[in-house]
Write a protein that binds this ligand. Sequence first.
Ligand SMILES: [Zn+2]
Length: 300
Amino acid sequence: MATAEPVDHRYGPAVALLVIDLQNDFATPGGSLYVGGGEEIVDAVNAQVTAAVAAGSPVFWTQDWHPEVTPHFVTSGGVWPPHCVAGTPGADFHPDARVTGEVIRKGVDGADGYSGFSTRDPGSGVRASTVLGDRLAAAGVHAVVVIGLAGDYCVKETALDGRRLGLDVVVPLGLTRFVNLQPGDDAAAVAELRAAGVRVEPAAGCGRRAPGSPKKTPLPPRRGGAMTVGHRGVRGNAAANPGSAAPRHPRHRVHHSAGTVKRVDRDTTARDPRRPACPSHRWAGPGWPDAVRPIGRETG
Ligand SMILES: [Zn+2]
């Protein structure tokens, strides 16, 4: 059952694909910081990777990679429930993800921040650059396509940093999902991206209204029958994520490497036939279980 993805002509050696944090704790139901529907974009992300590689685009994957104790976590005075702890299954990439190219790790040694381009010292607030900007400059890249998780945090901050570096930035909405701690966070993120000059592409092919786009006038109900509702709206995570235990997958590979950069190659072609045909229908919503609800203002 192949996923029919059109050839994407946007890629080429001067255009990099950045895949953000497609890791089990975010992208797998039951992950400790699960972004609702995150697993639904994996096939489409893989198709982008394939298209990018075929066109000669550099591909980079970011990987949240925290120590067990970090000010990033609520357990040490931070904001988020523990997630993506280095070497744990939750920190590994989604088992179906075709990870190829360079991996840029974030959060190493307790650093804070969301962007693939920069880190932030949680004590001093001082920001520092990851190697990503240098890599892109060395490769002559002038544009990036940013996909992955989550649209209102790491994807957004990576895209905004890309703009600050003078890059053309594209964020296709069908290739991300939003945390939506508050209803409307997705639309606010899209507005912020657009205001910064990011080209935000609506999810294609399914007619779903993109966050922040004008509402369509609804059709009147047909006489004599209920109107068919084609799309579910905001979906809460609580039902899909009753606990916060880290997922366990037999195909996880635990990466152990020093430093923040690691290159791996993997091409996993297995697909879950239960996935919906269109990955852009479902969004994360409010209603996080208390165990995973951030309890304060983000510091990153
Ligand atoms: Zn994190």
